[in-house]
Design a binder for this molecule. Structure first.
Ligand SMILES: Cc1cc2nc3c(=O)[nH]c(=O)nc-3n(C[C@H](O)[C@H](O)[C@H](O)COP(=O)(O)O)c2cc1C
Length: 210
């Protein structure tokens, strides 16, 4: 199947059948998310993979009681940094130097520029910026899932405060941003599965300026 066929096949599943997804597939979907580009390469988020059924049962009522939360195989929680700190910025720059095996003057100047701006900014503004980066990883993970012929449902319909509390995210300097149950569609119980995909026409989306 070509990529576009797979993207047409994917949809936001409304019902899943509780079948387990092979760990190798989950690993490749997570690797796709890890490879997502982020602003300055900071990757300002973490992903929690919930396999534990009791935890899923706790989250479902605070996520509009959506059945895919409990009937999925793995529930991914994308949690963005609550702010940018000196330590968080230095970690990624040090990691880059370590992996590439050299220090670069331009890169170090760029580090200083970020250190002199992000940590001084309002935490809410920083969180919003970090959350945008988490969404890029969400999109990449969803494409990865479609590639693996695995279903998923992006979910914003949940109480951020309650999910943060259940998973103890605030203590870790994180805030839940978006959920992604991963599993297999339950075709006989899903009102959406056979409906035609609706997207606005290309000319309403794209303006070419030649
Ligand atoms: C950020 C985001 C949040 C969403 N939240 C929910 C949700 O809480 N519950 C749900 O059933 N669908 C949710 N959706 C699914 C969208 O409604 C769906 O992707 C859209 O209608 C397009 O349909 P398709 O994905 O089936 O092609 C969300 C999608 C995105 C991208």
């Amino acid at each position: 199947m070509e990529l576009l066929d797979k993207l047409n096949w994917r949809y936001a599943a409304k019902a899943m059948n509780a079948e387990k997804v092979a760990e190798e597939k989950i690993e490749r979907i997570l690797e796709a998310a890890r490879l997502a580009p982020t602003s300055s390469g900071l990757q300002p988020f973490e992903i929690f993979v919930i396999k534990n059924q009791e935890l899923k049962e706790k989250i479902r009522p605070v996520a509009w009681n959506q059945s895919v939360i409990t009937d999925c195989s793995h529930l991914l929680v994308f949690a963005a940094w609550d702010t940018y700190t000196v330590d968080r910025i230095n970690y990624m720059f040090d990691l880059t130097n370590e992996i590439r095996g050299f220090k670069n003057e331009g890169w170090e100047k760029y580090r200083q520029m970020l250190l002199n701006s992000y940590p001084q900014k309002d935490a809410e503004e920083n969180f919003n910026h970090a959350a945008k980066q988490a969404y890029i990883a969400l999109g990449t993970a969803m494409v990865g899932a479609a590639y693996e012929k695995v279903d998923c449902t992006p979910i914003e319909g949940f109480s951020v405060d309650k999910v943060d509390e259940i998973l103890g995210l605030r203590e870790k300097g994180l805030r839940s941003t978006v959920l992604l149950p991963i599993g297999y569609r339950k075709e006989d119980n899903d009102w959406l599965v056979n409906l035609t995909k609706v997207r606005k026409p290309m000319h309403h989306l794209v303006t070419v300026m030649a």
